[in-house]
Write a protein that binds this ligand. Structure first.
Ligand SMILES: [Fe+2]
Length: 303
């Protein structure tokens, strides 16, 4: 792990393989249960509840000690990003860092803003939503991270996500349950910021904190995660009708090959089914179409 405290970036070895990076492109989220220690989870709750003194490692330009103390008790307690213990054990958590390095390249940019989604349980669920200012596109220039510093079983209203919903506006079914990010204290979720999600219904009693922030790409995308020697771009699993071309475009963009990506449509690559007797036609086409991320024409292809 190399942490650059001046530029607030880090670098480390990537931990995801080709298959896992493509899985993130298809699913739009990834979950690391209980990766932060109980001691740090407790210290995080104590910090947010004002039970321990602040000890910022530097004073950001234009800020005073009073400013930091004020924002510590708002819904955006970004001052926690300046605590050495939080940087070392949460922001640079080894399991999290390896995933972020895989998805965002070298010199990953650290967050500058924290949102604390603090809730007194029990509480009704939030409405399903895509977060503000989301972009639907093949680019992955940032990812959102959710950190739960206390045990967050289903009864404490963990975040629900709809896997694969990060590529287009989604109308959830009235009874949509999604996938709950339930887990022990110290669990971390990593999401495409465009994914459909909500805070789930809680039935237990107590305070639930959830700290949310974004990590940022600072270098152009390239395929520099763990390469699988037998990974085959032609036969990989990109998903089904109407969505495979979007997930494949995202994967190609992450490989640094977004500009080369073209599809010919129909049952052509990247779509496939296990019952076909040969690989899909259309792989490697230099002419063809792009997925229409803006979805402003009837067939959802763009030139
Ligand atoms: Fe949200």
């Amino acid at each position: 792990m190399h942490y650059d405290a001046v530029n607030r970036t880090f670098d480390c070895d990537p931990t995801l393989t080709d298959t896992q990076v493509l899985e993130f492109c298809r699913e739009g989220h990834l979950f690391l249960p209980g990766v932060v220690s109980d001691e740090i989870n407790q210290r995080t709750c104590d910090y947010l509840n004002g039970k321990i003194p602040a000890n910022p490692c530097f004073m950001p330009e234009g800020f005073t000690t009073e400013d930091l103390e004020r924002i510590r008790y708002t819904h955006e307690p970004s001052s926690i990003l300046l605590e050495d213990w939080y940087i070392e054990h949460v922001l640079l958590n080894p399991q999290l860092a390896g995933v972020l390095r895989s998805l965002l390249g070298k010199q990953v940019g650290l967050p500058v803003l924290v949102s604390n989604h603090r809730i007194e349980c029990p509480e009704e669920p939030q409405n399903w939503h895509h977060d503000a200012d989301h972009v639907f596109g093949p680019e992955l220039d940032f990812v959102e991270v959710f950190y739960f510093p206390q045990d967050t079983p289903k009864e404490m209203g963990p975040t629900d996500v709809v896997p694969g919903s990060h590529i287009r506006p989604t109308t959830p079914k009235p009874d949509e349950e999604g996938l709950a990010s339930a887990g022990p204290a110290g669990s971390i979720g990593i999401h495409s910021q465009s994914i459909l999600h909500r805070r789930g219904k809680s039935t237990a009693t107590g305070v639930r904190h959830m700290l949310k922030y974004s990590y940022w790409r600072t270098t152009p995308p390239e395929r520099d995660w763990i390469i699988e020697p037998d990974f085959d771009f032609r036969t990989a699993d990109y998903g089904g009708h109407g969505s495979a071309r979007y997930y494949a475009h995202m994967f190609y963009w992450l490989c640094g090959k977004g500009k080369e990506f073209r599809v010919i449509g129909g049952q052509g690559w990247p779509w496939k089914t296990k019952n076909q007797i040969g690989p899909s036609y259309g792989f490697g086409a230099t002419e063809g179409y792009l997925p229409n991320w803006r979805r402003d024409n009837p067939d959802d292809y763009a030139l």
